[in-house]
Write a protein that binds this ligand. Structure first.
Ligand SMILES: Nc1ncnc2c1ncn2[C@@H]1O[C@H](COP(=O)(O)OP(=O)(O)O)[C@@H](O)[C@H]1O
Ligand SMILES: [Mg+2]
Length: 280
């Protein structure tokens, strides 16, 4: 049985294009592979992009989100007519994963929810629950992508423990690049806490404008991370907000701008991702 490769998109900076890359890459992979996108950011931007507001509201009324994955088992305990029994209510693929179809492709998403924020004071061991859940569904997918929040939190650590590798979206402006040492420090902390290492699949430039400052910053990052930077990059483009509003993959967004360029970049990033992930 095949087992999905699990890759987290991590950067300790917010607003650098993690979610945009996660959603774009997930849809691109979904053209050919079975893909699960996991949203563990309490701000649930990936969920809001992929799932329409109506569908989301209906879903959270009766089904699970990633919040249930992080919570202890619930369920009825009874001893009516015999031995005491426990009927657990656990999130399963069918009760926690939304299947979304666009343009003939299917992307599965384990949605997030704002209430995830309340989990801050979770009991010890909570960080293992995502890994345990994903172990159960790995046979159903080729790739699992985890969109992380921009903080060194319980959620990011859970993603670390559940992943085979991590991918770093980098906005090549001087301030955002300052976040890279911060990320390295957080990853080192995770490695020491868990006693295991997580390979870095690479760095992908996002929100790129061809300014002198950005070109210089990209050159600097390529020197500091030799061989690690993806050849293709995501340009700054109009039309992202419209794609989010319409719950559409960038690949299907009708707006002009640099979207054609971004579309072909996503194809390139996807091919490179698959190639690099084959070593995992
Ligand atoms: N390539 C891009 N072109 C234009 N806007 C972008 C691009 N990538 C991201 N954005 C916008 O920048 C903001 C932050 O991006 P997002 O992907 O949410 O970052 P993060 O997940 O790192 O916080 C969002 O409003 C998003 O729509
Ligand atoms: Mg995000």
């Amino acid at each position: 049985m095949s087992r999905a490769k699990v890759v987290s998109l991590i950067n300790m900076k917010g607003g650098v294009g993690k979610t945009t890359l996660a959603v774009g890459l997930a849809w691109e992979l979904a053209k050919k592979y079975r893909v699960l996108l996991v949203d563990i950011d309490p701000q649930f931007n990936a969920t809001q992009w992929v799932v329409s507001p109506d569908e989301y509201l209906n879903w959270v009324r009766t089904k699970h989100t990633v919040l249930s994955v992080f919570q202890p088992p619930t369920g009825a305990i009874s001893n009516v007519g015999g031995a005491p029994a426990f009927a657990p209510i656990k999130p399963t693929p069918s009760s926690a994963v939304i299947k979304v179809k666009k343009g003939g492709w299917q992307l599965d998403i384990l949605p997030s929810i704002l209430d995830l924020m309340k989990l801050d004071a979770a009991p010890r061991g909570t960080e293992n629950r995502l890994r345990v859940f994903l172990e159960k569904v790995r046979g159903d997918y080729d790739y699992v992508l985890i969109d992380c929040p921009p903080t060194a939190s319980l959620f990011s650590y859970s993603a670390f423990l559940a992943s085979d590798a991590y991918l770093v979206p980098v906005k090549p402006d001087p301030l955002s690049v300052l976040g890279l040492p911060l990320l390295e420090r957080a990853m080192q902390d995770y490695e020491e806490r868990s006693g295991q290492e997580l390979p870095r699949l690479g760095l992908v430039f996002t929100q790129v404008r061809q300014t002198e400052a950005m070109l210089a910053t990209m050159e600097q990052v390529r020197i500091e991370y030799p061989g690690e930077v993806f050849k293709h990059l995501i340009a700054q483009t109009t039309g992202v907000a419209e794609a989010v509003d319409g719950n559409l993959p960038l690949q299907l967004s009708p707006k002009a701008g640099k979207l054609a360029e971004v579309k072909s970049a996503l194809e390139g990033i996807c091919a490179e991702f698959v190639r690099r992930a084959s070593d995992l």
